[in-house]
Design a protein around this ligand. Structure first.
Ligand code: PA5
Length: 446
């Protein structure tokens, strides 16, 4: 199995009757998702995406990625939320969070337009000095403030450096197929464009051009990534038995936890390369489920680092949490602890032992300690750290997310809550049309 859910460490916290009784709800949600008769059914394009994608565009993505790799030292990906996290998660998971410091034949990749920080923008502009640059601006709506500001800045930089015509060859736009400001602008300027499908929401878009172009630029095999997702889709959508379908089992277990008052789910990895994968997962679940006063709060940690900080809380603090661990079964890198003649730290009993073995023991010891402390653990085992397996895992979490939202009784495919801050920000900034709101907000801020 490429992805396997091990529920051994949930057993003390879930009784068989409880599991049996939630199974019907999970199966109903699974069927409703596939039948497209639940809430948000306009946004189910991601379900068949790994098989039913635009093959011509897929080849264009590969071609564009080769062109980008040949023509720049720095590739800047501009986007936020669902138009950012998937690409970064995959690049860092498969290539290392230290990607930009590695010796490689691909450009350094930086992400911009994912905050409103002058410091971050200036830092990146300094890094760009004297370097050849390409950019990929990604925005489904085309109007999101953060990426729009960054796009202004980098477009101007490219036009100054290469002229309007030269810049055109270095600007790649991923946006709606036909509508929106960005699409119109890209067409007018003659930039190469890629599509965010209408029926795929941002947080489910990692396997569209949104994720695939930056991922391909990093040298990752996007065909293998899609193949993994495709095999996962085949399995998880067609296996109607919660005991055999781990995506459905995950839905059952996490909803039981929620009903027990364990309303925080912590995604755990023992590898720093999963840091941005955790961020992707948090957006996927947080934005999909956190609404109507409901939802599990998705948090994340990297162990053993965070065992020296949040580990205290998880072991011993409020008992409103459980953990979901993603563990890679066959690690690709090894490193043996060196022997030290003086043995000043008393660690010679570990000399020659691979760090993976120590990491595994840390994981097993922590699981037992945490379940003893009352924090249930779901263990998700990933066969390998490669494109195929990661594609499988991405789909596992996406599919479970759709089903879980329906079990929870929310529409997992909208995000009405993200508009509130935007409205206030625009009003406070004096955007035309927001005059009345501005007055009210300024009064409240006095
Ligand atoms: O998941 C989502 O829908 C959001 O996170 C969006 O992706 C994010 O707000 C960016 O939107 P856009 O792609 O329209 O710029």
């Amino acid at each position: 199995m490429t992805v396997r859910l091990n529920d051994t460490y949930m057993k003390p916290f879930v009784d068989e009757k409880e599991l049996a009784s939630i199974k019907d709800e999970v199966l109903d949600a699974h069927k409703s998702l596939l039948a497209g008769n639940g809430e948000g059914s306009d946004f189910l394009g991601w379900i068949n995406l790994p098989n039913d994608y635009d093959k011509e565009e897929f080849e264009r993505i590969k071609k564009a990625s080769l062109k980008i790799r040949k023509s720049c030292d720095i590739f800047i990906v501009i986007g936020i939320g669902g138009s950012y996290l998937g690409a970064r998660a995959v690049v860092e998971f498969l290539k290392s969070p230290m990607y930009n410091n590695l010796k490689k034949e691909t450009p350094d990749i930086y992400f911009s337009g994912c905050n409103i920080s002058a410091q971050a923008l200036n830092d990146l502009l300094s890094i760009c000095e004297g370097k050849d640059i390409c950019i990929n601006v990604i925005s489904k709506s085309g109007t999101t403030t953060e990426p729009a500001v960054a796009f202004r800045v980098f477009r101007e930089l490219l036009e100054k450096k290469y002229g309007k015509e030269g810049a055109k060859e270095r600007i790649f736009v991923t946006t709606d197929k036909c509508k929106g400001t960005l699409k119109k602008f890209a067409t007018e300027e003659g930039y190469e464009t890629f599509v965010v499908p209408d029926n795929v929401g941002g947080r489910f878009s990692v396997l569209t051009a949104v994720g695939l172009l930056p991922i391909a630029v990093s040298g990752i095999d996007i065909s293998a990534l899609m193949q993994g997702a495709s095999d996962a889709a085949e399995f998880y959508t067609k296996t109607d038995d919660v005991d055999k379908n781990d995506a459905l089992k995950y839905v059952a277990l996490r909803n039981i936890m929620y009903r027990h008052g364990k309303s925080t789910e912590i995604l755990v990895s023992y590898e720093p390369y999963a840091t941005m994968f955790n961020e992707w997962w948090k957006q996927l679940y947080g934005e999909s489920e956190g609404k109507d006063g409901k939802g599990l709060f998705p948090a994340s940690v990297i162990f053993s680092t965070d065992l020296h900080s949040l580990g205290q809380f998880i072991q011993d603090g409020s008992r409103n949490l459980f953990e979901t661990i993603v563990s890679v079964k066959e690690p690709d890198e090894k490193y043996a602890v060196p022997y030290d003649e003086a043995n000043v730290d008393g660690l010679n009993f570990l000399a020659g032992v691979d760090l993976n073995e120590i990491n595994q023991k840390a994981m097993k010891g922590t699981i037992l300690a945490h379940i003893d402390g009352g924090a249930p653990n779901i263990l998700i085992e990933l066969k390998k750290r490669d494109e195929y397996s990661l594609g499988y895992l991405l789909y596992f979490f996406e599919y479970a997310c759709g089903v879980s939202g329906y079990v929870l009784g929310v529409n997992p495919f909208n995000q009405p809550g993200v508009e509130a801050y935007k409205k206030n920000m625009f009003a406070l900034l004096g955007k035309p049309g927001y005059e009345a709101e501005k007055k009210i907000l300024e009064e409240r801020l006095k």
